[in-house]
Design a protein around this ligand. Structure first.
Ligand code: NAD
Ligand code: 44H
Length: 442
């Protein structure tokens, strides 16, 4: 006999009720990470905040989660064992196209927080951090906003939501970026303001607070449905596998209140930059080094690459330089020591191909800053440049997954790659500089 589907009614019937809390948070981009991180912190805080979660663009996750009333199992996968927990903070879940409900909630006085995880590409930013108004999706949103129609990008949806909120007189709100971008709150604010101005809605963001965050929890894209059913006795079509470690550092105001996320371990700081740099350069930059070196050597996952002495040497060379860029205030050595154990977790199947998506943007934000800092200090940046060289070999040898260079024009990538010879440091440095300028086309 098959196991019963995980729903709130089924849990209540089993004597373990998990009622939904009233919605006070709207989330945009309900992928794996939101469920492993912000939704889990909100559930752990336990002070009665419910989330209305909307997908970023495709409806698949909503179709799996909605029949379960937003419930899902979080599998914390340690090196030796799994821990299972049903998370109940998502009170309702919708596809991105359900814009009427999105606007109703956005404009409601009881909604206090909007969180966002839509990947770097979801922001449609140019390399200089400004909104790419030439992107077809953003241009279409400008037209839709002018005509009073429905925007489709996350930035367009936020602008429209803020306009509705202003019309409703609902008061200020906090908008919290949880994507792996430096100064993510500032970048999100700039994009929203640029789009609002282009669409004749100047001033809609004036009373919103854009909170910057550094988010950290390795969450591979794994769907362990049968294992969850065997372990828990529930049929869950949307479980999430994540590591036991978790970190969330936030900086900014919450004018309408927020959950007590600090009770679940979140940290609130005045200056987020050192935390952000430590995470983006050491973890995400280290991931890129392992992804490119690992793909070149035929590995599949981070844990596989960590068992290869050549990959480890390359990682250490990069880390030595990145740690100098981060600076001693946030103890990068201790962070790297802990990271080494996290990366080695043999039961986390974090695929190199997942990490190697949209590599031009990631190299620009996670590797080039180390190249620049090292060269500014008169050093050769050999460790950081080895990441760029490995990337270019991956492109030339065709070992990157589909989508790995979709964030730059094909000709620009071809020129870059043909100019890079792994033995020629100045050619690699020139490529790194070009990466910084390259304009994505989405
Ligand atoms: N997975 C992790 O380990 C992890 C850890 C820290 C931070 N993050 C951040 O969270 C983001 C999402 O990761 P995930 O694991 O949830 O991925 P996911 O693929 O499970 O979900 C991504 C979400 O973003 C939306 N999206 C993607 N591209 C978009 C676009 N161009 N426009 C609008 N929406 C778009 C998708 O529809 C989906 O809702 C990452 O890109 C990163 O910035 C992830
Ligand atoms: O999520 P991305 O694609 O920005 O980066 C890939 C990984 O480096 C990333 O998901 C890390 O696992 C995560 O940032 C850990 O907190």
């Amino acid at each position: 006999m098959s196991a019963p589907r995980l729903t709130r009614a089924a849990l209540a019937e089993a004597g373990t009720p998990l009622p939904a809390s009233p919605v006070r948070i709207v989330h945009i981009g309900v992928g794996a990470f939101h469920r492993a991180h912000q939704a889990w912190y909100t559930a752990r805080a336990g002070d009665g905040w419910g989330i209305a979660a909307f997908t970023g663009r495709d409806a698949a996750v909503a179709q799996r989660l909605a029949p379960q009333d937003g419930l899902y199992t979080l599998v914390e996968r340690g090196p030796d064992a799994d821990r299972f927990e049903v998370v109940g903070s998502i009170a309702e879940v919708h596809a991105s196209t359900e814009i009427a409900r999105f606007l109703e909630l956005f404009a409601s006085p009881s909604t206090a927080v909007v969180t966002v995880t839509v990947t770097e590409q979801g922001y449609h930013l140019r390399p200089d951090g400004a909104l790419d108004l030439s992107s077809p999706a953003i241009a279409a949103d400008v037209r839709a906003l002018y005509a009073g129609g429905h925007p489709t990008t996350p930035i367009g949806r936020i602008v429209r939501g803020l306009a509705e909120r202003r019309r409703a007189g609902a008061g200020p709100i906090a908008i919290v970026s949880c994507d792996n971008l430096p100064a993510n709150g500032d970048r999100l604010r700039a994009a929203v303001v640029d789009l609002a101005e282009a669409a004749g809605l100047t001033g809609v963001a004036d009373r919103a607070s854009f909170v910057s965050t550094s988010v950290d929890r390795i969450t591979p894209h794994e769907l362990d449905i049968d294992a969850v059913e065997r372990a828990t006795g529930w049929r869950d079509e949307a479980p999430v596998v994540t590591e036991p470690f978790s970190d969330w550092t936030l900086s900014g105001e919450f004018p309408a209140g927020r959950p007590r996320w600090e009770d679940a371990g979140a940290r609130f700081v005045d200056d987020i930059e050192p935390f952000e740099q430590r995470k983006l350069l050491l973890l995400n930059g280290g991931h890129l080094q392992l992804a490119f070196q690992g793909l070149l050597r035929g590995h599949e996952t981070i844990a596989d690459a960590m068992r290869d002495a050549d990959c480890l040497r390359a990682l250490d060379d990069f880390w030595a330089e990145a740690a100098r860029t981060v600076g001693p205030a946030v103890d990068p050595e201790a962070y790297c020591a802990a990271l080494r154990e996290r990366f080695e977790n043999p039961r986390i199947a974090h695929r190199l191909a997942q990490i190697a998506a949209d590599t031009v943007t990631k190299l620009r934000l996670r590797i080039v800053p180390v190249v620049e800092a090292e060269r500014a200090a008169g050093r050769d940046a050999a460790g950081a440049l080895s990441v760029v060289a490995a990337w270019s070999r991956c492109v030339a040898e065709g070992v990157l997954p589909d989508g790995a260079v979709r964030d730059a024009p094909a000709e620009a990538v071809a020129t870059l790659v043909s100019g890079v010879d792994a033995t020629d440091a100045s050619a690699i440095a020139a490529a790194a500089a070009t990466l910084k300028e390259s304009v994505h086309t989405l």
